[in-house]
Design a protein around this ligand. Structure first.
Ligand code: ZN
Length: 100
């Protein structure tokens, strides 16, 4: 397996590849450049990911100024609403809105 090395500015063989997941829960592989020792980073699933469990994706919560908080699903809207406290309720499917 190889990956683009930023320092060598070319593709290099990945030394000591470690399968993992990034903050978004996507499979990645990190390794070391065999030429210069720079850390290599490669996106995408590999065989090493086969028996690994991906971490849950972080909940996408966009807090806008004002009264509306957009979340992905009604269930999450409820949860988020609990954090936001009184005044926010689950509305519009995936959104929490505070009544005016
Ligand atoms: Zn390199």
């Amino acid at each position: 397996m190889d990956a683009y090395c930023m320092k060598c500015k070319t593709k290099r063989e990945m030394k000591d590849p470690v399968a993992g997941f990034n903050a978004k829960g996507s499979p990645i592989t990190t390794a070391v450049c065999t030429e210069c020792g720079t850390k290599l980073y490669r996106m995408g699933k590999t065989d090493a990911h086969a028996d690994m469990v991906a971490p849950p994706k972080p909940e996408k919560v966009v807090v806008r100024e004002g009264k509306l908080v957009i979340v992905e699903s009604p269930a999450k809207a409820k949860t988020v609403g609990r954090f936001l406290g009184k005044g926010y309720g689950s509305r519009f499917g995936g959104a929490c809105a505070r009544p005016a």
